[in-house]
Design a protein around this ligand. Structure first.
Ligand SMILES: O=c1[nH]c(=O)c2nc[nH]c2[nH]1
Ligand SMILES: [Zn+2]
Length: 456
């Protein structure tokens, strides 16, 4: 049992951001069992029989918030984060992405990179990640093992692609299906409580209709989440629709493949028509908004307000390495900036996203988009305790607060100026995981960093 006392910040909905001062929150067996604002901490501690070594009193400049959720990240592309941003999507995939992903047939290489991406995202406060791995079953399973061992909540997608891909990085349809089924069965049989497989057709250009239809059957047979990309870039949209005869638009391709479900998340959705949004809403399919990627490989600017007003659930994604940063704080800032820019050409009443909106999207909104909102996303009794202790006065960095600043302004400052140095503790399912992840990164940085070419 662990007791936390101090300022708690979480969202109950996009319109209901709560600041709860002097709050006691008790966690037992990974779950939240008690939460009370303006509580008498000593009294509650005694009543619940919590020993003093299990009491965490937050300091003046600290607050507790739900862990952040990255609804779309490519784990193997972590190697490429920060370069190769000179080409738009289709050229970028061929020149930078496929060659890198092909290296993950090598388990030693996969182990090096996957260990770092999981540790790095945890250190940056990502308590849940929806990962794309590569087409390689064994290294995708390894990513699951690493997420489990490091303590991150994760969905792992073994990527499927059987057409329009280079001959060094493509699957035969039959072996693609066999490998996905074996991957799902193998990962599920490990019984990791917080790591699940996700069916992952790469996107409509690299997947045949027949492959996508079988993938949808597998998702339903094993009751797993589905992830793919949609409507990211104008050239991609045109090619996708031209490849799938008889499909009205991009969303219709996935509708005909029966991939649209309440457990499906589609990355991007920059160019979706009203009709397509209506269809996604009918299927309760959600969107991962990846604004850094959309800017960095110049795909376009997604009007998230519009998607939300059509009733879609929208989470945030880093989309490493189309997006150059693995931090959800960065995704929050990009989401605000893109929305501000879009607002310049909208009527005056258009409301760009603000720090409250993106805080929601990074926490409860992400949980809703992944269908995890009964488990995580905010602090409610019975939910699992995925949380961050944020320190607004780290010894270095650009973040500075003053004693008389409001709670709202403090949160806004953290969202705009914070980084991993201001995230002092990270909990997943009640277990503290930041220190282990930081040590992994530090040891790897100081010690065994090897040339990429020597790892493969
Ligand atoms: O941003 C993206 N990253 C990818 O790896 C990818 N594959 C298909 N479509 C994609 N979009
Ligand atoms: Zn992506």
């Amino acid at each position: 049992m662990k007791l936390f006392y101090g300022l708690v910040i979480h969202s109950k909905s996009i319109d209901d951001l709560c600041f709860l001062p002097n709050t006691v929150l008790i966690v037992d067996n990974g779950k939240i069992v008690y939460i009370q604002e303006n509580a008498d901490v000593n009294k509650v501690q005694q009543e619940h029989n919590v020993s003093s070594e299990n009491v965490v009193i937050l300091k003046e400049n600290e607050f507790l918030m739900p862990g952040m959720i990255d609804t779309h990240i490519h784990a193997p592309q972590y190697v490429n984060a920060g370069f190769g941003l000179d080409l738009p999507l289709l050229g970028w995939l061929n020149k930078y992405t496929f060659p890198t992903e092909a290296c993950f047939s090598d388990l030693k290489f996969a182990n090096e990179i996957y260990t770092r991406v999981v540790a790095n995202t945890l250190v940056n406060g990502t308590t849940t990640a929806m990962y794309f791995a590569t087409i390689h079953k064994d290294s995708a399973l390894l990513l699951g093992d690493i997420a489990h061992q490091t303590g991150q909540r994760a969905f792992i997608g073994k990527v499927s692609m059987d057409q329009n891909s280079p001959e060094y990085y493509i699957e035969e349809k039959d072996s693609a299906i066999k490998d996905v089924e074996e991957f799902i069965v193998a990962l599920q049989s490990k019984n990791y409580p917080n790591v699940q497989p996700a069916v992952t057709p790469r996107f409509a250009i690299t997947c045949s209709m027949s492959l996508m239809k079988t993938l949808s059957e597998l998702a339903s047979k094993y009751n797993v989440n589905i992830q793919t990309h949609v409507s990211e870039n104008p050239a991609e949209c045109e090619v996708a629709v031209s490849l799938h005869e008889g499909c009205r638009d991009y969303v219709d391709i996935y509708a005909q493949a029966k991939l649209l479900t309440a457990k499906t998340i589609l990355a991007h959705g920059v160019y979706l028509s009203d009709k397509e949004l209506e269809v996604l809403h009918q299927y309760q399919t959600s969107i991962s908004h990846c604004p850094n990627s959309n800017c960095s490989i110049r795909s376009g600017m997604c009007d998230v307000r519009r998607l939300m007003e059509k009733g879609l659930r929208v989470g945030l994604g880093t989309d490493v390495s189309g997006g150059f940063s693995s931090s959800i704080l960065d995704a929050m800032r990009f989401a605000i900036t893109v929305s501000n820019i879009l607002s310049l050409s909208k009527p005056e009443e258009y409301k760009p996203l603000n720090f409250r909106d993106v805080f929601f999207m990074a926490t409860l909104g992400g949980a809703q988009a992944l269908g995890l909102h009964d488990k995580v996303g905010n602090f409610e009794i019975g939910k699992e305790f995925d949380a961050l202790v944020v320190n607004l006065a780290p010894t270095d960095g650009n973040l500075e607060v003053w004693p008389d600043e409001s709670m709202e302004n403090r949160l806004s400052k953290w969202i705009h100026l914070g980084d991993d140095r201001s995230i002092s503790r990270v909990y997943v399912n009640g277990v503290e995981v930041k220190e282990g992840a930081s040590n992994t990164l530090r040891i790897k940085r100081l010690g065994s960093k090897r040339k990429l070419s020597e790892m493969v």
